[in-house]
Design a protein. Structure first.
Length: 499
RNA sequence: GCCCCCAUCGUCUAGGGGACUAGGACGCAGCCCUUUCAAGGCUAAAACGGGAGUUCGAAUCUCCCUGGGGGCACCA
């Protein structure tokens, strides 16, 4: 509770180049938590300066995903705010003005070198690194301006000092010192006039008065460059925080497109917009991803968003890369499902039943089903599979499943008939009234209670596993129970005859 | 190849010189509960990468090695 008790201004700044990933979700989450914890602002900024990779619709998908997680932003392209515009392509003039300032102060230069052939060098490090070999690096500004106004194509490059070193500071790693000789004259403004990330991020963070910049450790290699740009402008830097990246479940490298595709084939995903359909609660996803690279103490793992807002701290961020673990997500999903109140759960499983072809008309029944399913659901998507029979008009058990273990069909038939009699004869049908008579029946016939209940389970649900049979029968109702038991008896009669 | 980051059970982690016979969680195995399945409870197996230092004392500090990860675009 040191620096973070002052209201922060943080931003989540994705580029709309594809679907939103789990890793982005976590970065957004951490930003959000810090903002809410300190009463500061959470800003959404769209970094869309790469027109080639721009994907229409990505921005909508992104915003929907963040809102699904519950991460509402205070300023952004759709909600506006006093520091807009919040879409970088709409800030082009701003960048050009500051880039020019950098050139005039001698920290950057116009470079007229043609773009190198996109030669098929597989190794990125073999490409032109553009340092001493650039003839334009020390071109007098008036000459450069003349060539520009003559329409000559150019970019603006940062003029990296040949000597010396720079130290930048990451909140979770400490100081990072790099020799300038290992750095490049990186392009700041492309020939189309749009800035690259390195320039835009510095200018925007400064102008938007960002106090804490949280981004993944992929940015560590270019962090020193950003330090140089800040220095060139003479601006103060925000507190930099670089949570480490997520590794694939096997811990070998970060997720690639191929990996994502492989995951979706096993019914998993790292795309935020997939989790809802897979039956995951946003509460669980939030809990899960918060804990990949961050921890609170040595025992607490269950967190709501509100808990996280209260407990999150930069100090407890782990600098090491972390593998994602889907079984842990399943675990958290189960925990959060069980935390839901029944009406809430009912509302959340309803679409899954409907999508599976079970039209739900009886709200009271849905509520009862939700109640009984609550401790059995690892995911909302399992609801139809585990409770679909509650909504089926008829059920079709395998005849053989009605024959008890180590019992003959005739014995099973007799048992079934006696069960039916009991259910019919009861003045009032409930667990209290039916339990003992049914158990007594088992004893009388020299059977185990499991035989009786097993038969009922198969007859009524047409499956081997179900919620406890009395709860199940109560929901289905005595009338329907009897109907299904009678049908089961018919099947048993048939089997018994054939033998 | 060059630069940067990192290093505790299979995985996520607690730990920041003595409280460590290294704790928790997931998963896994067993047991209990039990009409099935779960949920819940209990138990087990499971880790400080290696080597030098510093220190009375190192999982904790330093260095080297090894290993892992990231980056090296007119992408972010």
């Amino acid at each position: 509770m040191s620096e973070s008790s002052q209201p922060v201004r943080v931003r989540f700044a994705p580029s709309p180049t594809g679907r939103t990933h789990l890793g982005s979700g976590r970065t957004a989450l951490y930003n959000y938590l810090l903002a809410r914890q300190t009463g500061g602002q959470f800003i959404l900024r769209i970094e869309d300066t790469d027109r080639k990779r721009y994907v229409p619709g990505a921005e909508d998908e992104l915003m929907q995903s963040l809102r699904w997680l519950g991460l509402e932003w205070d300023e952004g392209p759709d909600v506006g705010g006093p520091y807009g515009p919040y879409r970088q392509t709409e800030r082009k003039e701003i960048y050009q003005k500051y880039a020019r300032q950098l050139v005039e102060s001698g920290h950057a230069y116009y470079c007229f070198c043609p773009e190198p052939e996109t030669d098929e060098t597989d190794e990125p490090w073999q490409r032109c690194q553009h340092r001493e070999d650039c003839p334009d690096r020390d071109l007098p500004l008036d000459q450069a301006d003349a060539r520009r106004s003559a329409g000559e194509e150019h970019v603006i490059r940062f003029k990296m000092p040949y000597e010396g070193s720079i130290t930048v500071t990451d909140a979770i790693r400490g100081d990072i010192c790099v020799e300038n000789s290992t750095l490049d004259d990186t392009i700041l403004v492309k020939s189309n006039g749009l800035p690259v990330y390195h320039l835009a991020v510095v200018i925007d963070d400064h102008l938007m008065e960002i106090t804490h910049a949280i981004r993944t450790s992929e940015w560590l290699p270019t962090f020193p460059l950003h330090g140089h740009i800040y220095k060139a402008f003479g601006w103060d830097q925000p507190v930099w925080v670089h949570p480490s990246i997520f590794l694939k479940p096997d811990g070998k490298g970060k997720m690639s497109k191929r990996d994502s595709e492989a995951l979706s084939e096993e019914g998993k995903s790292t795309f935020l917009s997939d989790f809802a359909a897979l039956g995951y609660l946003p509460e669980a996803v939030v809990n899960w991803m918060a804990l990949i690279g961050w921890s609170y103490d040595d025992k607490t793992e269950f967190f709501t968003l509100a808990d996280l807002i209260e407990k999150f701290s930069i100090e407890k961020l782990n600098p090491a890369p972390a593998a994602i673990n889907f079984s842990k997500l399943d675990h958290f999903n189960g925990l959060h499902i069980r935390e839901l109140d029944t009406a809430d759960l009912a509302a959340r499983i309803r679409p899954f039943f409907e999508q599976a072809g079970y039209p739900i008309s009886d709200d009271e029944k849905l509520h009862q089903v939700a109640d009984v399913l609550k401790i059995r659901l690892g995911s909302l998507a399992e609801a139809p599979e585990k409770g679909g029979f509650f909504f089926e008009e008829e059920v079709h058990p395998e005849p053989e499943s009605l024959v008890g273990k180590k019992m003959t069909a005739a014995e099973s038939l007799e048992m079934a008939q006696r069960i039916e009699q009991i259910i019919v004869s009861l003045p009032d049908f409930s667990e209290e009234t039916a339990n003992h008579p049914l158990r007594d029946l088992a004893e009388e016939l020299g059977l185990k209670a499991g035989h009786v209940f097993g038969f009922l389970r198969n007859a009524i649900t047409a499956r081997e596993v179900s919620p406890p049979i009395f709860e199940t029968m109560t929901i289905i109702g005595r009338e329907k129970v009897l109907e299904r038991v009678e049908k089961a008896i018919l099947k048993l009669e048939k089997i018994a005859e054939e033998r």
